[in-house]
Ligand binder design. Structure first.
Ligand code: GTP
Ligand code: SPV
Ligand code: MN
Length: 586
C-alpha cells in the first residue's frame, strides 16, 4: 500500500471494512462525482445507475497481457510483455495518477469464508465504482483481513483509472509473482480485479501448479423428481448464456425438475476425497448482461435486481427505473416492442437526442447472489459441490447440434479444445465473427494453452469419477435465419437428458462426433416444435464436420510441441469416423 501510494500520490488512503456505513459513504461519493444516480427508491431501493466513460464499456483483450519471464510460457494465444518492461511502462503511467483522488484499499475473499478452496486478494483502486462493485461481487473488508492475518498469502492488485484514454490502457498479469496491474479502464473484467484477472488468469496458473481447475464456468444443481440434486458446470464464452442457464426457471418444474444456482461465471474445482471434482463459486454476486434479460428469459434475476443492485450503462425510464432492449419483449423477438415515453439512454440523452440501442449492448447489472430465489442451499458449502457433468457450448448458427455427449474424458477434452463461438459485445472488437475459444478460456487462460490441455488430461486420469463431458448449442439457425430452439427455461429439457446419461438411463444414438439423443429421448411435451425442426437441431452434417475438423487441425498447429499427443490422436480418430460415415452414405 505504501509503495503504491508513493507511486500514485493519492490525496488520502481509505481502508475498506465492508460495513454498511462505508457503503453509504461510497454511494455519496459516486453521486457527487456525477456519473452515478440513485434509482427509484420505492421500486428499486438502494439501486444505482452508473454511466461509464463511453469509450470504456467492455473488456479490452488487445491490451491484456500475461507477463511471464519467458514468452513461450504465456503461449501463442496471449499477448505477452517482459515483466520488467511492463512494470517500467506502467510505473510511468501510475506516477501521480491518483493525485487529488482517494486511494481505496479493498481486501476481499474469492470463495466462502471458511472454505479451503477460497483465496484472498487485495485490490488498490482509485475508483469508488470499483469499490461499490467489489462489495457485491466478492466478500469484502474485515472478513478478508481476518483470513489474511499476518500472512502474505494474498494476490495483490493495483488499479487506477488513469486518464481513461484507450492508448494508455493496460491490464497486466505477472503470473509468476501472482500480481495484477491495471490502468486506464473502470469497466468490468478490466477493473474488478477479483474476477477475470485473479479468479481466472492468475488462478488458472495457480491451479496448474497445484493440481486443480479455475474455469469460466457456471455451476448449477438440477433437482429431479426424487429430490436428488446433481451438479453440473458449463463453460460458454462471454455473453453466450451462462447466467441464464444457471438461473433458469425450469419449463419442467411441474414434472419435478428444478434448477438451483451455485455460480454464474467462474468455478474453482479441486479433487475431493470421494473421487469427484468439487466446485465452489469464488464470487458473491452476478455481473450479468442486461439486454435480453426479461421476466420471460430470466425471471429469477429480474426479481433479485429490485434492491441493492448497480446498473451500468443501461437506459432509464421517466419513472427512474432501469431499462434495456428486450426487457419487455418476447424472448425470441429480440427487438423492443417500443421505447417507453421519456426514456433516457445509456449516455443520459433523451428526446430527439436519444440514440438506439438505448442501453449499451454490454450494459450490465451487479446483484448480490444471495438475493436470487434460485440460489442453492449449498452455494456457500465450504467443501464445494461434486460435479457430475461438464457442458461446453457457444453460439454456432450452423454445425453444432443441440446437444451431444463425448465418448470419453480425452474425447471430451478434445471437444472443449475445439470449441468455437460467434463473438459478442462483452469484449471490444467485431461482433458475430466465429472464433475458436477452447473451454471458453481463450481470453482468460493465464498460461500456455498446450499445457492447459495437458493439465486437463492429467487431472481426468487422477480422479475416480471425472465428470461426463457434453456440448450444447442453443443458437442453431434454420435456412430462414431464425433460431430453431426456444432456449432459456426450455434448456432444462437438455439438462434432463444429460442427467439421464449421467445416471445411465438416457437413450442415445452414436454418431461420428459423439452420442446425440435418440428420437423421443428428449422430453418435448408442451413445446410446439415440428419433427423436422428437431431433426435439423440434432443433425450431424458429415461434410460440414469434415471441413470443421480441417479447421481445428490448423488451429492446433500453433501450440507446437506443447500440444498433447492424445489430442492429436482424438483429432485423427474423429477424421476416421467421419470418413467411414461419408463412405457408408455413398
Ligand atoms: P458473461 O457474463 O459475459 O460471461 O455472459 P454469460 O455467458 O453469462 O451470458 P448471459 O447468460 O448473460 O447471456 C448473454 C445473452 O445471451 C443475453 O442477451 C441472453 O438473452 C442471451 N441468451 C442466453 N441464453 C440464451 C438461450 O438459451 N437462447 C438464446 N437465443 N439466447 C440466450
Ligand atoms: C465476460 O466478459 O466473460 C464477463 C464480463 O463475465 S467481465 O467481467 O467484464 O469480464
Ligand atoms: Mn464471463
Amino acid at each position: 500500500m505504501e509503495e503504491s501510494a508513493r507511486l500514485t500520490r493519492p490525496r488520502e488512503v481509505v481502508w475498506c471494512d465492508g460495513s454498511e456505513q462505508e457503503a453509504e459513504r461510497i454511494t455519496k461519493v459516486l453521486v457527487d462525482q456525477g456519473r452515478t444516480e440513485r434509482l427509484n427508491e420505492r421500486t428499486y431501493p438502494n439501486c444505482l445507475l452508473h454511466r461509464s466513460d463511453p469509450n470504456d464499456v467492455a473488456r479490452t483483450e488487445s491490451v491484456t497481457f500475461i507477463c511471464t519471464r519467458r514468452e513461450e510460457d504465456a503461449g501463442p494465444t496471449n499477448n505477452w510483455m517482459e515483466p520488467a518492461a511492463a512494470k517500467e511502462k506502467l510505473s510511468a503511467l501510475y506516477k501521480g495518477a491518483m493525485a487529488g483522488r482517494t486511494m481505496y484499499v479493498v481486501p476481499y475473499l474469492m470463495g466462502p469464508p471458511d472454505s479451503p478452496i477460497t483465496r484472498v486478494g487485495v485490490e488498490i483502486t482509485d475508483s469508488a465504482y470499483v469499490v461499490a462493485s467489489m462489495r457485491i461481487m466478492a466478500r469484502m473488508g474485515q472478513v478478508a483481513l481476518d483470513r489474511i492475518g499476518r500472512s502474505n498469502d494474498f494476490v495483490p492488485g493495483l488499479h487506477s483509472l488513469g486518464d481513461l484514454h484507450p492508448d494508455r490502457r493496460f491490464i497486466m498479469h505477472f503470473a509468476e509473482e501472482k500480481l495484477i496491474w491495471s490502468i486506464g479502464s473502470g469497466y468490468g473484467g478490466n477493473a474488478l480485479l477479483g474476477k477475470k484477472c485473479f479468479a481466472l488468469r492468475i488462478a488458472s496458473w495457480m491451479a496448474h501448479e497445484q493440481g486443480w481447475l479455475a474455469e469460466h464456468m457456471l455451476i448449477l444443481g438440477l433437482e429431479d423428481p426424487s429430490g436428488k440434486v446433481t451438479y453440473m458446470a458449463a463453460a460458454f464464452p462471454s455473453a453466450c448464456g451462462k447466467t441464464n442457464l444457471a438461473m433458469m426457471v425450469s419449463a419442467l418444474e411441474k414434472n419435478g425438475y428444478r434448477v438451483w444456482t451455485v455460480g454464474d461465471d467462474i468455478a474453482w474445482m479441486q479433487p475431493g476425497a470421494d473421487g469427484y471434482l468439487h466446485a465452489i463459486n469464488p464470487e458473491a454476486g452476478f455481473f450479468g448482461v442486461a439486454p435480453g434479460t426479461s421476466l420471460k428469459t430470466n425471471g429469477n434475476v429480474i426479481s433479485a435486481m429490485h434492491s441493492n443492485t448497480i446498473f451500468t450503462n443501461t437506459a432509464m425510464t421517466a419513472n427512474r427505473e432501469p431499462w434495456w432492449e428486450g426487457m419487455d419483449a418476447e424472448p425470441s423477438a429480440g427487438l423492443p416492442v417500443g421505447l417507453p415515453a421519456g426514456l433516457v439512454d445509456w449516455q443520459g440523452r433523451s428526446g430527439a437526442e436519444l440514440q438506439k440501442p438505448a442501453a449499451q449492448p454490454n450494459s450490465r447489472y451487479t446483484v448480490p447472489a444471495r438475493q436470487a430465489s434460485s440460489i442453492s442451499p449449498r452455494w456457500e458449502d465450504p467443501g464445494g459441490v461434486p460435479i457430475s457433468a461438464f457442458i461446453f457450448g457457444g453460439r454456432r448458427a450452423r454445425l453444432a447440434p443441440l446437444v451431444y455427449e463425448s465418448f470419453s474424458w480425452p474425447h471430451g477434452v478434445f471437444v472443449g479444445a475445439t470449441m468455437a463461438s460467434e463473438t459478442t459485445a462483452a469484449a471490444t472488437g467485431a461482433v458475430g465473427v466465429t472464433r475458436r475459444d477452447p473451454m471458453a478460456m481463450l481470453p482468460f487462460c493465464g498460461y500456455h494453452m498446450g499445457d492447459y490441455f495437458e493439465h486437463w488430461l492429467t487431472l481426468g486420469r487422477q480422479i475416480a469419477h471425472p465428470p461426463k463431458i457434453f456440448h450444447v448449442n442453443w443458437f442453431r439457425k434454420g435456412s430462414a435465419g431464425k433460431m430453431l430452439w426456444p432456449g432459456f427455461g426450455e434448456n432444462v429439457r437438455v439438462l434432463k437428458w444429460i442427467l439421464e446419461r449421467v445416471n445411465g438411463t438416457g437413450k442415445a444414438m452414436e454418431t461420428p462426433i459423439g452420442f446425440v439423443p435418440a428420437p423421443d429421448a428428449l422430453t418435448l411435451e408442451g413445446l410446439n416444435i415440428p419433427k423436422e425442426t428437431m431433426e435439423e437441431l440434432l443433425r450431424i452434417d458429415t461434410d460440414d464436420w469434415t471441413a470443421e475438423t480441417e479447421e481445428t487441425g490448423k488451429f492446433f498447429e500453433q501450440f507446437g510441441n506443447r500440444f498433447p499427443a492424445e489430442l492429436h490422436e482424438e483429432h485423427a480418430a474423429l477424421g476416421r469416423r467421419l470418413a467411414t460415415a461419408a463412405n457408408a452414405r455413398k
